[in-house]
Design a protein around this ligand. Sequence first.
Ligand code: GLA
Ligand code: ZN
Length: 685
Amino acid sequence: MKSNSLGFTKLPYGGDWNPEQWDPSVWKEDVALFKQAGIDLLSINIFSWTLNQPDEKSWNFSWLDDVIALLKKNKMRVCLGTSTAAHPAWMASKYPDILRVDFQGRKRKYGDRHNSCPSSPAYRKFAPQMAGKLAERYKNEEAIALWHVSNEFGGECYCENCEKRFREWLKKRYGSIESLNTAWNTRFWSQSYTAWDQIVAPNQLTVHWETTSTSHQSLVLDYTRFNSENLLDCYKLERDAIKTIIPEAIVTTNFMSSYRPLNYRDWATEMDIIAWDNYPFPEHQPSYTAMMHALIRSLKQGEPFMLMEQTPSQTNWQPYNQLKRPGVMRLMSYQAVAQGADAVMFFQMRRSRGACEKFHGAVIEHSGRSDTRVFLEVADLGKELQDLKNSFMGATMPAEIGLWFEWESRWAVENSMGPSCALDYVAETYKYYRPFNEMGYMIDLIGPDTNLSQYKLILAPLLYMIHPGVAEKLSAFVEQGGTLVTGFMSGVADVNDRVFPGGAPGPLKEILGLWSEEIDALAPEHSNSIVFYDEAGPLKGEYQCNLLFDLVRVETAEEVAVYGDDFYLGRAVVTRNSFGKGKAWYVASSPDNTFMKDFACHLAAQSGVKALLKNLPLGIEVSRRTSEKGEEFYFILNHKETQVKLELDDLELQNLLTGQRHSGALKILPKDVVIGRKLTGLGTE
Ligand code: GLA
Ligand code: ZN
């Protein structure tokens, strides 16, 4: 039987368990309930630094020995935390350098979690020391499937130690203060530096007026890069401490979807397996969550990832903590799997009695009972995952569409003073993801380092920053017959956020066959229209657009649609340029969803990308995972409250959950899922 790299022969199922908060008699009850629910992987020791190390010179792991032994006895495995996600109070008293300085410039006092300064000598000594102690103690422990460093790395610090490290980081990047001055364009407002130690961390005491506006974008951009790398260093210190003792250990940490401060593309290269925590807000569309899964999956070239956390029922930190309705936890678990997850995990296994997460959903609620709605749903899913065995584990998701998602452009665009404060990188990107996902196309989220050879269509809204080599790569892609779509605020700046000489779209001008003359910004409630005089496939008539209105001057590009209003009425808003064998589109404003849907249909037809199913009803999500042997698994999810009938076209599927065969029309119940192995044309495509 095939097993994945964690040594499981079915999808691991479990979550964060905090036995340190409970008496050992409760551990036994928990383990019995885990068994009932088909739970087999527990993340433990996430927040137990003080218990493990009550002072500088003593360590106490006997409780952890007992917990691991109990799990092992019950044939459960361990995702072992390093416990360093919240530093002990004694450490903060004795080594105040571990306390962060916040954005307002205030030195924090002890309290909370995810609170250590990433440059603190104390943190950099004690955290890897703890990871090393754990590795030494458990190096032969077979129950450990993987290692979980700290927890949800994040945040920023602006202390003097961070400032010092930042200066060292800058010295390495720029070599001389002169080249830094040039890169940062510091003659502006007389901000030139004459020595490295004049450079200070950018917060509200320096170049920020409010959270979002800054007078010095290149400095802020570099500090954001530095902070992401500095935190990554801390991850690496712990990882290396583990791997020095256990070279074959599988090490990860948990990501938070598209979390802005950390460039997860860089982080991914240091992870053995990608893991993330999925907590959508009730207002998020299923396609939004799908995009987050796709982003996470794409970080490691499509390798299966772990859904490390999700709530079985509700969170405690959203403004209104809605329960997941019956069937929704199961559906969302399968959505993760459908998008490439090979593990389904929860936060939390048992609800705390006190502190701020006592109202956060859990597999075992305060009642401690096994006949609650939530527990029963968890147990039912546990049984299904056991029955599914390893059928599609390891299977990947080759896609023909690549959607650009790049942290540095996002930082630069969102830090920008002008042209619009309403520009939201993720929202604009999602606009492009949504119609394709809702019509049943497979989409990867790609970045500057992605190999583009598998794609036919590349969607790159807000391709603001052009990294070295990217314009050449995109130009080769289009030249060889690919379709590229980009638009306003693209090709604007280099990696230092300096505008390209000659203006936007900089090195993309030739591919796009136009240049940008001016850009209008109106409050989001004001709109203009996109008018098609001739039909371009499904695109016809008028659509709405808002936010930014780029006034381009076409050179070789063809005007496909024009603005319908304002002094730029009649000027191009959508253009298409033939370049080599391919086409490059430019969308000069932010269109409404109706346009996006018709545009997606048109682009799909024109670029030759194929949907998994034709005429997919709205609210049905479909995706496909393909095993190494070429076996195909279709995941069809009904996000609606009603039963839906859909056409399988010429697909014939063997339902892995019910054993039924499906062909022709398929009825799918509300919130239900069909996981089907493809029967027709097996191996012939
Ligand atoms: C995060 C953390 C967990 C827990 C959950 C609550 O994902 O990693 O420790 O606080 O949020 O939703
Ligand atoms: Zn600091």
